[in-house]
Design a protein around this ligand. Structure first.
Ligand SMILES: [Zn+2]
Length: 810
């Protein structure tokens, strides 16, 4: 699964502003793996949907056998259902069984004792009612419904009618009685009866389709290979299916008709990704096909249902958005990697989610490195590190988590971002060939079964011949990360350099860290491999000429926070001669912080994102109007191929407010990239506001991303009544997250300028609706800020509107 952080900025704000009043009661809640009394062997379902009631009528034939000890009973998870019949199959006939049901679990008396290996099939006739489930209180459950009916009656003309399911963690038992635990595996057949105008998607292969006389069609999906219950999936809707293939297997993309022309632009790397992952893992893609589908109002980022990955709508990008780079590509890579790590070998319990999620997180780095080069891979890796470090509370959590309050809690920055970096260090330590051979051994040994972190360790020990307990104890079964202080002493007389590395983390835990240190004389580096073992370690190097740079952690793999007390000259040398993305980034960050003009070295960096971040850093620095810097950026703007970097350059130049840039802005204002076009339009807006307004009008029919932002800014500044639809729709349609929160102030500013009361009130409604969608924990920040913006409308418009706001605000 891939979760999307909607309120990234606010989360950071909360972490930095408040000492957490943390509830540590989870620390005593041990989470054992689910005991196996009966094992599911096969699940056969026959389902029909009632769109009017948002019910699903199901018939299930579930085949099980006792795991080891004989048993005369079976407990199935079955959440919020109506159970009509429970029988045992005897050949083709049924014999009813005694059972009790408490709306969560179905306890069945099997009538006699079954021995290990003796299989039996239970028949259940039931109705699934996902929208009528209640929590312990009376509130309806919204986040683990399992089965989602989207706009089922078609009331909302702007919304497609869809059905999709979301199983992880234990929600598929809302629509099928099962043992809803990750340590179960079952083969699967589903007969789905749906209105004939829709297409369906499920796990495995579509074997047959049968038209019924009542306007419905029954699709028969079959999955011959066993997988865990949380990976079962059904999707129904009015989709276009775009088909690719990989080695003869179907690779298809289920998208809204509107996005059919762009489906290959979004998902088209999938076959190449399958080939890449097969190659590095040495394990062929095991499943019959690989499809991806996009769900309206999907509750998470994306989900790796076996052979049927579900994505949220952020996957949708049109051709112009794709020109700026596919923002969803790493999610596609992440979910695909789960088809091995998660689906083929499944975490034995949620405590061991690292064997699914850390792997999938790290796969984003692997794919990016393979496809776009080492710098891009290192940037992706570093993004994960930065995200983990932004959440200081996560310092307390072990990667393998036997203690937690709620099973959903393990889907966090530790299991994903930190775990991914732990794998990156491991790869560096054992070397590429051992790393991938160990992953191969883990997969081959445990395929179609479960794995826990120890099995991963055993695979690495077998391949490398090394004891790896120290690594697993430190990183998987322990918490935190090192905080390093690095000092340098040079004794030119004696020709001795000292590197002193101190571990300053408050926990007192001391980390063992194998690293490389490169000692540079000119462009030449001599490498030493050393271990950091103690609270303070001193490494000594002899020299005849004082080194230009001693580069600690030369491969830049450490998961740590550090204060590296190098000199400015060292950092300049590092930028010029140390080869890694992080080497250059660290140096540029240092120049920025110190206000050094060497920052402009980054304008010529070989990696576009570093050129881009350099331009942005220069724009905010005292060099924003420096002649040389401006000239360099003018030159860059003349030849830059990377669209986002070009956009940054145009934005930089637009702040200079000089008519000589008019030809440049006019050249790019029609660019296919929304970023470039938007940046050029912003440039015109200061120099030729009337022309910019006319262009904003013209472009408003197709303005997303930066271009949409700039058009909105121009319309807001102008305050014309006629632009209401664009400004209001853009606000209304923004997903309820950080960006929308940031749009709220300017939207109020616009509403304060227009006259039509109906429009003003509608705009206010949109804002208040959004304010109520913000998760409770952020409301102490967001409520006063949003109310403050609304008050500006009251002030401008008088008592009528003020009353309307105060009434609606409640
Ligand atoms: Zn995932």
């Amino acid at each position: 699964m891939k979760k999307i952080v909607l309120f990234a900025f606010l989360i950071a704000l909360i972490h930095t502003s408040f000492a957490q009043t943390s509830d540590d009661s989870w620390q005593s809640m041990y989470r054992a793996s689910a005991p196996k009394i009966n094992d599911i062997v096969h699940t056969k379902l026959d389902v029909k949907f009632d769109y009017g009631k948002a019910y699903m009528y199901g018939k299930e034939w579930i085949t099980l056998k006792p795991h080891f000890y004989p048993t005369d009973s079976l407990t199935l998870d079955a959440k919020g259902m109506d159970i009509k019949e429970v029988s045992i199959m005897k050949g083709v006939s049924k014999s009813s069984l005694k059972y009790t049901y408490d709306s969560l679990q179905l306890r069945i008396n099997l009538g006699r004792t079954y021995k290990a290996g003796e299989s039996y099939t239970i028949y259940i006739d039931y109705t699934s009612k996902p929208n009528e489930r209640k929590t312990h209180g009376s509130a309806a459950i919204t986040d683990d419904k399992g089965l989602y009916f989207i706009n089922p009656k078609g009331d909302d003309k702007d919304k497609p009618v869809q059905i999709w399911t979301q199983g992880e963690t234990e929600a598929n038992s809302v629509w099928m009685p099962t043992i809803d635990k990750p340590d179960q595996k079952s083969t699967e057949e589903i007969y789905m009866t749906v209105p004939a105008k829709y297409v369906t998607l499920s796990n495995g292969l579509l074997i047959s389709q049968k038209k019924n006389t009542d306007g419905t069609r029954t699709d028969y999906w079959k999955m011959d290979l066993p997988h865990a219950p949380y990976l079962f999936f059904m999707g129904v809707g009015d989709y276009s299916i775009i088909k690719d293939s990989y080695k003869g297997k179907e690779v298809a993309y289920y998208v809204d008709k509107k996005y059919a022309p762009y489906a290959r632009g979004i998902f088209g790397h999938t076959p190449e990704m399958i080939g890449f992952y097969e190659k590095i893992l040495g394990v062929p893609f095991q499943w019959a096909k690989y499809d991806q589908i996009v769900g309206k109002d999907y509750v998470s980022g994306a989900m790796e249902n076996t052979t049927a990955t579900l994505h949220q709508e952020s996957a949708y990008q049109n051709a112009r958005e794709l020109v700026d780079g596919n923002s969803w590509e790493t999610v596609i890579a992440h979910e695909l990697f789960h088809q091995w790590f998660g689906d083929l070998v499944t975490c034995e319990s949620w405590s061991n989610i690292t064997v699914n999620e850390s792997m999938a997180d790290y796969s984003q780095t692997l794919w990016t490195e393979y496809k776009y080069g080492k710098d891009a891979g290192d940037e992706e890796n570093n993004k994960g590190l930065t995200e983990y470090l932004s959440s200081p509370d996560d310092d307390k959590k072990n990667l393998v988590r036997f203690y937690y309050a709620d099973k959903e809690d393990v889907f966090d920055l530790v299991s994903y971002q930190k775990g991914g970096r732990v794998l990156n260090m491991l790869r560096n330590y054992v070397g590429d060939s051992a790393f991938f051979k160990a992953l191969n051994l883990y997969l081959v040994t445990n395929k179609f079964k479960n794995g826990e972190s120890h099995q991963m360790r055993l695979a690495f020990e077998e391949v490398t011949g090394q004891d790896m307990n120290w690594y697993w104890n430190q990183w998987y079964f322990g918490n935190g990360h090192p905080k390093l202080n690095i000092d340098y002493n040079y004794d030119d007389k004696a020709g001795i350099a000292q590197v002193i590395v101190s571990q300053t983390q408050e926990s007192g835990k001391i980390f063992k860290l194998p690293i490389a240190i490169d000692v540079y004389t000119g462009a030449k580096a001599v490498r030493s491999k050393v271990w950091i073992n103690d609270k303070v370690d001193t490494f000594t190097f002899n020299y005849t000429t004082r080194p230009d740079l001693i580069n600690v952690d030369a491969d830049k793999i450490l998961l740590c926070e550090k204060t590296d007390n190098k000199t400015s000259a060292n950092f300049i040398h590092q930028y010029k001669y140390a080869p890694k993305y992080i080497d250059r980034k660290e140096a540029l960050d240092y120049f920025e912080k110190q206000g050094m003009k060497e920052l402009s070295l980054g304008l010529k960096d070989k990696y576009a994102p570093l050129r881009k971040s350099t331009i942005n850093a220069l724009a905010a620095s005292k060099f924003a109007t420096d002649d040389e810097v401006v000239k360099s950026i003018e030159e860059l703007a003349g030849k830059e191929k990377d669209k986002k970097t070009l956009a940054a350059a145009l934005t930089f130049l637009s702040k200079i407010n000089d008519n000589k840039y008019l030809p440049l802005f006019n050249k790019y204002v029609n660019d296919s990239s929304y970023s470039v076009s938007g940046a050029a339009l912003a440039g015109l807006a200061t120099l030729q506001p009337d022309k910019a307004y006319d262009l904003a009008k013209k472009y408003s029919v197709d303005a997303k991303g930066t271009l949409g932002d700039v058009v909105t800014e121009i319309f807001t500044a102008n305050g014309s009544e006629g632009d209401y639809d664009f400004v209001a729709d853009r606000y209304k349609n923004a997903p309820p997250g950080q960006d929308k929160y940031d749009m709220t102030g300017p939207f109020c500013e616009y509403l304060a300028k227009i006259k039509d009361e109906t429009k003003i009130k509608q705009g206010i409604d949109y804002i208040i609706q959004f304010s109520k969608q913000i998760p409770e924990q952020y409301r102490t920040f967001t409520d006063p800020a949003i109310k403050g913006s609304l008050d500006k409308i009251s002030k401008a418009k008088g008592d009528g509107i003020a009353d309307y706001i105060s009434k609606s605000w409640k």
